[in-house]
Design a protein around this ligand. Sequence first.
Ligand code: F6P
Length: 367
Amino acid sequence: PDSIGVLTSGGDAPGMNAAVRAVVRTALAEGVDVYAIYEGFRGMVEGGDAIRPMGSHDVGGILHRGGTVIGTARSDRFRTRDGRRQAAANLLAHGIDALVVIGGDGSLTGANLFRSEWPELLEELVEAGELDADVAAAHPHLRLTGMVGSIDNDMFGTDMTIGADTALHRITEAIDAIHATAASHQRSFVVEVMGRNCGYLALMSALATGANWAFIPENPPQIDDWEASLQSMVRAGRRIGRRSNLVVVAEGARDLHGEPITADRVQKILEEGLGEDTRVTILGHVQRGGATSAFDRNLSTQCGYHAVQELLRLGPDEEPKLIGIRRNRITSSPLMEAVERTHAVADHLQRQEYDEAMLLRGGSFAE
Ligand code: F6P
C-alpha cells in the first residue's frame, strides 16, 4: 500500500488507543506513511482536518487510556453511496489505499462494503472530473484489515474482543464494592451489566464475584417457574445465614418465551415474593471507561502490529482479514465469514434457538 489509514468506529472500548498506537508505530517502522482518521467514518467523509498524518510522538502516552483519542462517531452519510464516494476521494487525497478499522461487526461490515465498491467509486469520481485518472489507476484496490473493539466479547473469529477484559475487571470491582454494602444491610442486589445480546460479561463477572444467580441471553432459565426457584434459593441462603444476595442480569437476558428478564423484574420477584430489601444497580457506561487492563493493552498491541503486517502481505484484491486471538495465538481469518457467523448467532438467539447459537459461537474456522 501507498499510505495506511487507521480509524476507530462504533462504541469506544478500552484498548482502542493501544491498537492505534501499535498500528501507527508498526507502519512507521515499515517505512509506510500512516494517517489517523478522526471521528471514524464521519471523519472519512468530512476529510480536511479529520485525516491527519501521524508520527511516533502523536501516539505517545495513550497506551493505558480508555476510550479512543481519535474519536468515534455515527455517520449517516457513510451509509450512502455519495458519502462513500466522498470518503474515497478524501483518502486518495493522502494516497491512502489501505485501512485498519477497529470497531464492532457493524463497522467492519461497512468498511467491507466500502472496500468492495472502491473500484466503482473511483470510476465515478474520475467520470465526474473529481479525481485524476492516473491517481485512480495507481490505487485500484483498497486493502482492509479489522480488529474487534467491543466490551461485549460478542464476535466470532476472536476469543476476546478488545475491551472485554477491562470491562470485566471494572464490573468485578463494582460488584465487590456492592457486596460490602449489601452484607452490611443484609440486602439483595440486582446488578445489570452490558453486553447487548452476549452474556459473556454477566456470566464471567458472576463467576468472579460469587454471585447467586446470573441471567444471560444464551441460556435462559430452562423451567417456566424459575421465579419460584430463585426465591427458594434466596430463602435457603438466608436460612444458613447468608448476609447478602447478588443476582447479575445481562442487559439482553430473556426468558424461554423471549420476554426480557430485566433487573426491575428480578427486583419485584425478590421483593414481592420474599420481602427482600432489594436494590438495583445498573452499571452503565462506567463499564466502558477507565484505564485499560494489561491484557487489553497487550492484546491490542499485538493485534495492531499484525494488522499492519497483514495489510503489507495482502494481495491487492485479497479478501479482508480479521485480526484476533484464538487459543492464545494472534490469528488472521476471513473478516466477512466472522461477521456472518456473528450475525447468525444473534439471529438464532432472536429466534430463541439457544443450542444452535452456542454451537455457532463455539465453532472454529477450518485450519
Ligand atoms: O457494544 C458496546 C455497548 O456498550 C453495549 O454493551 C451496550 O448495549 C451499548 O454499547 C450501549 O450503547 P450506547 O453507548 O450507544 O448507549
